[in-house]
Design a protein around this ligand. Structure first.
Ligand code: CA
Length: 218
């Protein structure tokens, strides 16, 4: 999953970025509202974590611009503004959730899972394809009666595919959802991960569609 983190505080920003990377997410971190909006124009994000007190453009203005521009990705506000009025304003402006600082990283992870799940139109936390079941809270995949542990990147790749079973993802699309701006991507990285995943879940677990990409069967 590709996440845009908008946070001007260095300490909080680097802690959240690291925690998200540890949780197998690709993260781009920007520090002001104007850069946030231009990043959203350039990349397709699965989620935005948005601070409110930001240089150049306030977080609420960013949110408003984003929603007026018909950008529908989930947004979680992360802020120290903790009054009921602030929360109501944030949610009414189009945020999907509102988390007051200081928050626990575990709670942030859980809220991200919940918001993304709802955005994908599913109440069930387990992602399911014809052959596989993927549990985002444990990062394990099940096939038949066996359960397999996944590396961070293996999980990220399988998660990207299993969010939309039956849809074909190109290498470029998968790279985009697995790697942030500053991460170097080896040219065969995706093939390498697919190979490792197939060793665990079987060749038919992830289908190659020649010349187009990969998919999990619905
Ligand atoms: Ca701030």
């Amino acid at each position: 999953m590709r996440i845009l983190l908008v946070e001007d505080d260095d300490l909080i920003g680097s802690a959240v970025k690291q925690a998200l990377k540890d949780d197998s997410q690709a993260v781009d971190w920007v520090r002001d509202g104007v850069t946030a909006l231009s990043s959203i124009e350039l990349e397709s994000y699965d989620l935005v974590l948005l601070d409110l007190g930001l240089p150049h453009k306030d977080g609420l203005e960013v949110l408003q611009t984003l929603r007026q521009g018909k950008k529908t990705m989930p947004v979680i506000i992360i802020t120290a503004r903790d009054t009921i009025d602030d929360r109501i304003k944030g949610l009414d402006t189009g945020a999907d959730d509102y988390l007051v600082k200081p928050f626990s990283i575990d709670e942030l992870h859980a809220r991200i899972r919940a918001v993304v799940r709802r955005n994908q139109g599913s109440a069930d936390p387990i992602l399911t394809s014809a052959l596989l079941k993927l549990d985002p809270s444990t990062k394990r995949v099940e096939r038949d009666d066996d359960s397999y542990e996944l590396s961070s990147k293996e999980y990220a790749l399988l998660q990207a595919l299993m969010v939309r079973p039956g849809a074909i993802f190109s290498r470029g699309q998968l790279e985009e959802s697995l790697y942030g701006w500053n991460e170097e991507v080896a040219s065969n990285a995706i093939e390498f991960l697919i190979h490792a995943l197939r060793k665990k879940v079987g060749k038919d677990g992830i289908k190659n569609v020649r010349g187009m990409g990969w998919m999990v069967v619905k």
